[in-house]
Design a protein around this ligand. Structure first.
Ligand code: NDP
Length: 263
């Protein structure tokens, strides 16, 4: 913010997976720009802690437990959001889970679960919140996808398929509502310094016998910048896409990966 009225003052936002990691950083970034927020995830303690920390900063922040793969739970989330925030201007489909397994060991259940949280969740949430935005002629939907939504890599067939689905969904829905004033976009980060990446490092150590340092180095190889992204960097990109300045951007998949996909 460069002085004056915060860019998102008077807006309302729902952030899925807002209890930790990127989702929590997005909630912080939107609040910093003046939005009132509601964070949703399965772990009630984490979303309550996020909302409480934001309220301590003087923000309006609510927490509603929700499993985004559950149609009825998403309907309850939409009702709770309307009750607490009123009309919802911004939906950030951030809830997700990574999964790595060589294809021959990938079970149907693992495939289905990975698709459910990363692709069906954004579908259910967008379907719940988008009609109100279209009716009001303004709104923002942003999906936190991944570089795995644009390219493949070994052992992540389910995750890559799910994130490609999320990116395809964004492009199709953006086209569907383009004339309404609502934009629909994705951000596609490379590895971000969150619990999810720590778990990936632990998994590499457990499966390959490499040291933690070696496993971390293998992950850093994906970035020409040789570093993990900060959750705050992803959050800043999401906040930009939610701003009035980004009104001409829709159906876009914004890559944040230190140049990895450009090699
Ligand atoms: P975390 O594991 O730290 O956080 C994931 C969040 O999603 C948690 O709040 C979790 O809460 C929530 N979540 C998971 N499953 C569900 C569900 N079924 N219903 C509701 N909420 C759910 O991950 P990150 O912050 O790293 O990741 C956030 C997003 O960014 C994900 O979509 C991920 O795929 C994507 N991403 C991450 C990258 C990384 O390197 N970390 C890189 C590129 C993309 P709970 O478990 O309590 O439900």
């Amino acid at each position: 913010m460069s002085g004056g009225r915060p860019r998102l003052a008077g807006t309302t936002a729902v952030i899925t997976g807002g209890g930790r990691g990127i989702g929590r950083a997005v909630a912080e970034a939107l609040v910093e720009r003046g939005a009132a927020v509601l964070v949703a995830a399965r772990s009630a303690d984490e979303i309550e802690a996020t909302a409480a920390a934001l309220r301590e900063r003087g923000a309006e922040a609510h927490a509603v437990p929700c499993d985004v793969t559950d149609e009825a739970a998403v309907a309850r989330l939409a009702a709770a959001a309307e009750e607490r925030l009123g009309a919802v201007d911004i939906l950030v489909n951030n809830a997700g889970a990574a999964f790595a397994q060589p294809l021959h060991r990938l079970s149907l259940q693992e495939w289905t679960d990975t698709l459910a949280v990363n692709a069906t969740g954004p579908f259910l949430c967008t379907r719940a919140f988008l009609p109100g935005m279209v009716q009001r002629g303004r709104g923002r939907v942003v999906a936190v996808a991944s570089v795995a939504g644009l390219t493949g890599a070994p052992y992540v067939a389910a995750y890559a398929a799910a994130k490609h689905a999320a990116v395809g969904f964004v492009r199709a829905v953006a086209a569907e509502v383009a004339a309404s004033g609502v934009t629909v976009n994705a951000v596609c980060p490379g590895y971000v310094d969150t619990d999810m990446t720590s778990a990936s490092i632990e998994r590499i150590v457990a499966r390959t016998g490499r040291t933690e340092e070696e496993a971390r180095a293998a992950i850093l190889e994906h970035s020409p910048q040789g570093r993990l992204l900060g959750a705050d960097e992803v959050a800043a990109a999401v906040a930009f896409l939610c701003s009035e300045d980004a009104r001409g951007i829709t159906g876009e998949a914004l890559v944040l990966d230190g140049g990895g996909l450009r090699r």
